[in-house]
Design a protein around this ligand. Sequence first.
Ligand SMILES: Nc1ncnc2c1ncn2[C@@H]1O[C@H](COP(=O)(O)OP(=O)(O)O)[C@@H](O)[C@H]1O
Ligand SMILES: [Mg+2]
Length: 375
Amino acid sequence: MPSESSTQAFSRGPVSANRRIELVVGPGGVGKTTLAAALGMRAAAEGRKTIVVTIDPSRRLAQALGLTSGQGRRGEPVRVDNAPGDLWCLLLDTEATFETIVRVNSSDHTKAEAMLANPIYKAMVRHLGGALEYAATACVQMLHAEGRYDLIVLDTPPTANAIEFLEAPKQIAEVATNPAAKMLASSGRIGMKFFGLGSGALMKVLEWVGGGAFVADLGHFLGEFRIILSEFQRRAGLFADLLASPATGVVLTTAATEFSVREALEFLNVLGRHGLRIDGVVLNRVDSPPPAWPGDDVVLAGLDRPGDRDPSEVLARLRDLHRHLGEQADRAAAARREMLARQPGVPLACVARMDPPPSSLVDLQRLGDTLWPGS
Ligand SMILES: Nc1ncnc2c1ncn2[C@@H]1O[C@H](COP(=O)(O)OP(=O)(O)O)[C@@H](O)[C@H]1O
Ligand SMILES: [Mg+2]
């Protein structure tokens, strides 16, 4: 579990009481899914009915959260047994989320079925970059509108660049609102070439769709999908407004390296421009400094069985390793100082690299308790 030396907690409890949505953002592989689960557990322990919308949990984490035991369908909330409070978890499913949007917002059942069977719709949901991000934001909107949870924690998709997460859903709207597409609907694929419409989100989708009743499919898709989307937006409100309201906060997770901190600082600026409120930054998997070098004699005496190797060579290698670990920890400490100096108003916490990685409910609970002390 977190070693004393490198894990440094936030100065106050999980997220303020007026938050209804907490986004956990950051570059891929830094610990978003892990920290989103730990934060969700911590909030549940404080007595808030919490749901963690997760995207790509490791197999062990999914097991710990009860997402693999077939209790529920993908895309549906599952209660986390043995959690320290009322904790729920939902494994995001892009197709299931879009299906709900279509069913709930179509004017009638037949139109919904026709849309769900439309090859252009299917290609968009399965292949278009931005569909996962759109589903994540829509899922949060729907849960928020339902009002069954005190807090929704969203583990954001592993978008290569975290900024893309905020921009990607626009592609879905573009598919339905592209004005050139209407011309296409009446002119078919020939028109696509004729009008020089080689790029854009809709064109990408069309490339995935084979031949067949293209003109009819496109006409129906364009006619209906825009109505469905605008009906969804009307009911759920504008996501950008929700993000910029005091109901939403952000926890940014990153690694404790110079590069990651610089990237994180840029991202904080972008989030600020989108009107989002930063509740905290976590530097994750921070390397602890090694214990002081005990002296060559002690190390030599402790060498188990140097075998055929020259002890002085072994000693030199160990000294190198020790220096390397020290430098790594120094770099992490410098990255932390940089973050504190550049964003003094943003709460900062550090999590030590753990071995083995945290994946059981007990690990996550201890991680959450350590990071967010009682409020
Ligand atoms: N503090 C930590 N110490 C050690 N391993 C960690 C720590 N935090 C996360 N991990 C591991 O790092 C990997 C990536 O974490 P994950 O939460 O899936 O990141 P992301 O969701 O950002 O891709 C996982 O294998 C996870 O168990
Ligand atoms: Mg993840």
